[in-house]
Design a protein around this ligand. Structure first.
Ligand SMILES: *Cc1c(COP(=O)(O)O)cnc(C)c1O
Length: 337
């Protein structure tokens, strides 16, 4: 393996997001997003055979990093657009991030959610003051609903990952990590649609140019791995995994060129490894982390690469997990031996 394979300023030309966009996003988020803690654990270091720094976005507002991108994207709209409101499609953390960010910025948010979304998530999104429109996943098409809403209301659609201001916002998580702990040898980041990974990779390339950035996705759906290795966006059916935050079917169009420029490779972890990691976080580090939030940590603690003795950063992406699923998962989990 060579050192980080990002091609530097040449590759950066033409990408949708620059490091300056992340700096601008960090200014907008200052005093608004939480500066989440960076935790360490002697037991984690021994298990990984490395010095591991966990950036804990499970402590972010709404319980996941999605608040960063949502707030940055809404902040970047013109006054006229803000008056017309925003719309998002999500049954997960993007819905809650958009709902809270919109309320804080005095913008009307419409969130389109499948009618069979978990009651807990519907309630949380409603609590943050968003208008919820339910649709039938079997019979209705989100694209048609989006087109109707933007025609009727003229509101801006803010996607969960394939948007420059969303990517820049997510990148502030890694910027904070490097600002706190200095350069790293490796950075592991989970990936669904790739908004978090692409933003964090841009921050790494500028703040720690020798850092090797690795994406982590569920074994059940390795579309990002296939996409990065082939250079084409690979589409897959909804992957069958407990990591519901990473069940996306393809990476974003803006995302893939950024991954090609700045990400070394993608590795995968199994649901059993996620359960073991969830248990480790709860038992040893006293934190609640959702399955997708365990992806990057699970890869590191199962020693996905030969990084003995290295300084390794891990983004812990979120902590929103149904308590029954959490209890079942940690009860069924094998501990690290
Ligand atoms: C959205 C989400 C992801 C995946 O993020 P992408 O930007 O789509 O790659 C991972 N973990 C959690 C907790 C999430 O909410």
């Amino acid at each position: 393996m060579t050192a980080a394979n990002h091609a530097g300023p040449v590759a950066a030309a033409g990408l949708a997001v620059t490091y300056q966009d992340i700096v601008a996003a960090a200014k907008r988020l200052a005093g608004v997003a939480r500066q989440t803690p960076v935790l360490t654990s002697g037991q984690a270091d021994r298990q990984a055979d490395a010095s591991v720094f966990f950036k804990c976005e499970n402590f972010q507002r709404v319980g996941a990093f999605k608040f960063r991108g949502a707030y940055n994207a809404i902040s970047c709209l013109s006054e006229e657009q803000k008056q017309r409101g925003v719309v998002a499609f999500s049954s997960g953390n993007h819905a809650q991030g958009m709902a809270l960010a919109a309320r804080m910025l005095g913008v009307h948010a419409t969130i389109v959610m499948p009618s069979n979304a978990p009651a807990m998530k519907l309630a949380a999104t409603r609590e943050y003051g968003a208008e919820i429109i339910l649709y039938d996943r079997e019979r209705e098409d989100r694209e048609v609903i989006a087109a109707r809403l933007s025609a009727e209301r003229g509101c801006a659609v803010i996607p969960a990952y394939d948007h420059p201001d969303v990517i820049a916002g997510q990148g502030t998580a890694a910027k904070e990590l490097f600002d706190a702990v200095g350069p790293l040898d490796y950075l592991f980041v989970c990936t669904g649609g790739g908004g978090l990974l692409s933003g964090c990779a841009i921050a790494a390339a500028h703040l720690s140019p020798d850092c090797i950035v690795i994406g982590v996705e569920p074994e059940a759906g390795n579309d990002v791995q296939q996409s990065l290795r082939s250079g084409n966006i690979v589409h897959i059916p909804v992957p069958d995994t407990i990591a519901d935050g990473a069940q996306t079917q393809h990476v974003g169009k803006l995302v893939l060129p950024i991954l090609q420029a700045y990400v070394k490779d993608i590795v995968t972890v199994s649901d059993d490894q996620l359960r073991t990691q969830m248990r480790f976080f709860a038992e040893r580090m006293k934190i609640v982390v959702e399955p997708a939030g365990c992806l990057a940590a699970a890869a590191v603690m199962h020693r996905a690469l030969a990084f003995a003795g290295a300084k390794v950063g891990v983004i812990v992406s979120g902590g929103n997990v149904d308590m029954a699923l959490f209890a079942n998962s940690i009860a069924a989990a094998k501990a690290f031996s």
